[in-house]
Ligand binder design. Structure first.
Ligand code: NAD
Length: 507
């Protein structure tokens, strides 16, 4: 990993043009990708697509669809497996890019690369399963049930799992026979360019996948509203998700299909600490879930709901454990807490911390020392005695800020846990079989974890995604996911036909 970090650092500042129809296109304006651990370092300069570029990318993907849709599913799956092999070979290098571009520590960066490899391999296997002939064959009647791709897919991704999420959504589109336009987040467009290279090297033909870095607000409407776009796969904030929901619902002139939107959005996730919980486990699990990658995971814990008898002891141990987290640059493996993604994010989180000071008791604020001017660091903050309806107990902060809430009993804890508009992840630490049973039934979230941390879902083992305002879509890394990229068809043939029409060529 150390070698990879050194090697990648030597490549800082390079340019990454758009890739449309297999052609590199240099733009006049560019987006600097900055290292959040050291703001003076420019990781790379990425193309900044215009609306005209977006239209060109859609046209290229539309043209390429005509042939890609008919490529054998097994051939498409083989190409995707090639991509997984390339990624595995480049595992440390890809992780190193993430350390610098997104401020992920070694372990988190490596986990993201591994998840991307899992998505590639799992979706390849899934496509082979879906390609198997299906449908009832009866005497005199053949029914063929099969799937076909939808068309041009726009993939709009966030920066917080910069390779895995972009790769998961794009691979799902490609392996099912759709063509794709990758619009990565502004903050993580270098790692997205690496993914583009990998797809090309693996054998994805020109135009089938296109790399379109740019500013979401500028090119987003062109991509979402275009009549030739069949599907938008989005992962990101609730605000942008709801905007895309409106934009994709409008029937554009010349559009002869209803667009499909997949939107995986935010969360306000809670862990309940029962009064018989194993505190060693609970404290570790909460700290990892709340402060891993600086709390910038959609699955992160931002509320911990503690049963009254254990409240003071838990809080004390939570504060001590949090104090032990070393804050510093992501490339330093001794640091557990790195920077947040950029200054806009830092300012938003600091705003929430100010609100928290008015709403509850600040019991821990980490010390940044000199780091404050070096990068976009925010130290872990813990607020205690929080009311369940306080702003910072309701809104997604997406930073290292944790609200601790006292519950009278399990009924109270469950009410608090379920009282946000989100339903993404949740957790429980308990040793009581009755309480575990009840929480399984009544804590309604997409992914519920018992006696373990609530982040780090694994492809296929924990298919991931939420409902309510946490999103609309089947779980990523699950058996239903690819179906969203496909249209089911049935062809029925009467095989009792009378007469015989000779083949003209043969006769
Ligand atoms: P974001 O919504 O700001 O950006 C996501 C993407 O949308 C970026 O590529 C951005 O350029 C683009 N975008 C911005 N404005 C747009 C517009 N008007 N039209 C089209 N595209 C636009 O989110 P973010 O800050 O990158 O990511 C953090 C959010 O993502 C959090 O809310 C987090 O919970 C959520 N998230 C959810 C999941 C999940 O699986 N549910 C996973 C990761 C992140």
């Amino acid at each position: 990993m150390q070698d990879a970090l050194a090697q990648v650092k030597r490549q800082f500042g390079q340019s990454y043009p758009l890739v449309i129809d297999g052609t590199r296109i240099t733009t006049t304006a560019t987006i600097d990708s900055i290292n959040p651990s050291h703001l003076r370092e420019i990781v790379g300069k990425c193309g900044k697509a215009t609306k005209a570029d977006a239209e060109q990318a859609i046209a290229a993907a539309h043209r390429a669809f005509a042939s890609w849709r008919d490529v054998e599913p097994h051939t498409r799956a083989d190409i995707i497996v090639n991509a997984a092999a390339i990624m595995r070979r480049r595992r440390f290098e890809l992780a190193a890019w993430q350390v610098y571009e997104c401020g992920k520590n070694w372990r988190e960066a490596d986990a993201d690369v591994c998840e991307a490899i899992d998505f590639l391999e799992y979706y390849a296997v899934e496509m082979r399963r879906l390609a198997k002939p299906a449908g009832r064959v009866l005497p005199g009647e053949d029914n063929a049930f099969f799937y076909e791709p939808r068309g041009v897919t726009v993939v709009i991704a966030p920066w917080n799992f910069p390779l895995a999420i972009l790769c998961g959504m794009t691979t799902a589109a490609l392996v099912t026979g759709n063509t794709a336009i990758m619009k990565p987040a502004e903050q993580s467009s270098v790692i997205a360019a690496k993914l583009m290279d990998i797809y090309e090297e693996a054998g994805i033909p020109p135009g089938v996948v296109n790399y379109l870095p740019g500013v979401g607000e500028e090119i987003g409407p062109t991509l979402a509203e275009h009549p030739d776009v069949a599907l938008v796969a989005f992962t990101g904030s609730r605000g942008v998700g709801m905007l895309l929901n409106r934009q994709t619902a409008v029937l554009a002139s010349g559009q002869a299909h209803i667009k499909k939107l997949i939107a995986e959005l935010g969360g306000k996730n809670a862990i309940i600490i029962d009064d018989d919980a194993d505190l060693d486990e609970a404290v570790n699990g909460v700290v990892a879930s709340a402060f891993g990658y600086q709390g910038q995971k959609c699955s992160a814990c931002s509320r911990v709901i503690v049963m009254a008898p254990l409240y003071d002891t838990f809080l004390e141990r939570l504060i001590e454990a949090t104090k032990s987290l070393k804050i510093g640059p992501a490339e330093d493996p001794s640091c557990k807490v790195g920077p947040v993604i950029d200054d806009e994010s830092r300012q938003r989180i600091l705003g929430y911390i100010d609100k928290g000071k008015q709403e509850a008791r600040l019991v821990h604020a980490g010390d940044l020392g000199f780091l404050g001017s070096e990068g976009t660091y925010v130290a872990p903050h813990i607020f205690a005695d929080m009311e369940a309806d306080a702003i910072i107990a309701q809104e997604e902060i997406f930073g290292p800020v944790l609200a601790v809430i006292k519950a009278r009993d399990l009924t109270d804890a469950l009410n608090v846990a379920n009282c946000t508009p989100y339903a993404l992840t949740g957790g429980l630490y308990s040793r009581s079989p009755d309480n575990i049973r009840r929480v399984k039934r009544e804590f309604r979230v997409g992914n519920l974890y018992i006696n373990r941390k609530i982040t780090g879902a694994l492809v296929s083992r924990q298919p991931f995604g939420g409902f309510k305002l946490s999103g609309v879509g089947s779980k990523a890394g699950g058996a239903d996911y690819l179906l969203q990229f496909l249209l089911p068809r049935v062809i029925t043939e009467n095989t009792m036909r009378r007469g015989f029409a000779p083949n003209i060529l043969e006769s």
